[in-house]
Ligand binder design. Sequence first.
Ligand SMILES: NC(=O)c1ccc[n+]([C@@H]2O[C@H](COP(=O)([O-])OP(=O)(O)OC[C@H]3O[C@@H](n4cnc5c(N)ncnc54)[C@H](OP(=O)(O)O)[C@@H]3O)[C@@H](O)[C@H]2O)c1
Length: 247
Amino acid sequence: MNYYYITGTSRGIGKAFAMHLLENPTNFVIGISRNRSIEHPNYRHSYLDLTDVNALVEFKFDLHAKAKKIYLINNAGVLGFIKPVGKLDASTIAKNYTVNLIAPSILTNEFINCYDSTDAEKVILNISSGAGKNPIDGWAVYCASKAGLDMFSRVVDSEQKIRAKTPLESIHKGFHIFSIAPGVVNTNMQEEIRAAHKEDFSRLEDFIGYKVNNQLSEPQLVSKKYINILANIYSIKEVLSSIKDYE
Ligand SMILES: NC(=O)c1ccc[n+]([C@@H]2O[C@H](COP(=O)([O-])OP(=O)(O)OC[C@H]3O[C@@H](n4cnc5c(N)ncnc54)[C@H](OP(=O)(O)O)[C@@H]3O)[C@@H](O)[C@H]2O)c1
């Protein structure tokens, strides 16, 4: 069996990802979010609030000793507010960093710790964003957290490459990590963006235009592209990329 731990499976990209994977009976999905919207014999849900650091610390992965492949897909993410710095709410800043950066870091650490000696293909996929590479006004915390997620992924990748050169690698398989941006996708997150106030966000009209001009990809199409990319991880050249790089 292949096991997929996916955060944010209640809607959007994470839900579409899980639903596609569940079409294959050799896949088992463990979804992690505050709400559940998937019922399937090969699906288990873990109700977890990713802003709750204490609950995150307690989260445990199952051993899956005979797994062929084990994946962690850090997909859950929040914009939370669209306002310039100076007008932000302090506790929301902390919560947004926790969902977008601290939760993937804690889960990745536990994933690597748990499966270190498991002889399966082990992959961590972080759902990143172009906003982690380019500043967007009103999105400071989101941009910074996605930039942090990219750097976190690069460091884990370099650690795994260093490890690959040690005798340990001849005993157990290492981990692959990728941070891949989805482009602009027709989900709740885009609705939130279009609901921003013009005085807080200079690019409001651009994002309204993406919807009006049908430039948003559907999450079902995006998740299919991710699954195709993951089907051949050796074709992924860089830790950081965008699904557009594979078209
Ligand atoms: N949509 C885009 O255009 C776009 C572009 C670039 C990158 N992305 C990235 O793609 C990923 C998925 O976004 P999306 O567009 O699919 O967003 P979405 O439709 O808003 O879905 C977000 C998911 O994250 C989960 N989540 C949010 N807060 C959580 C919390 N505190 N605890 C647990 N789960 C939580 C939600 O589940 P619950 O509410 O049930 O907890 C939901 O399943 C994000 O990382 C986002 O940054 C999206």
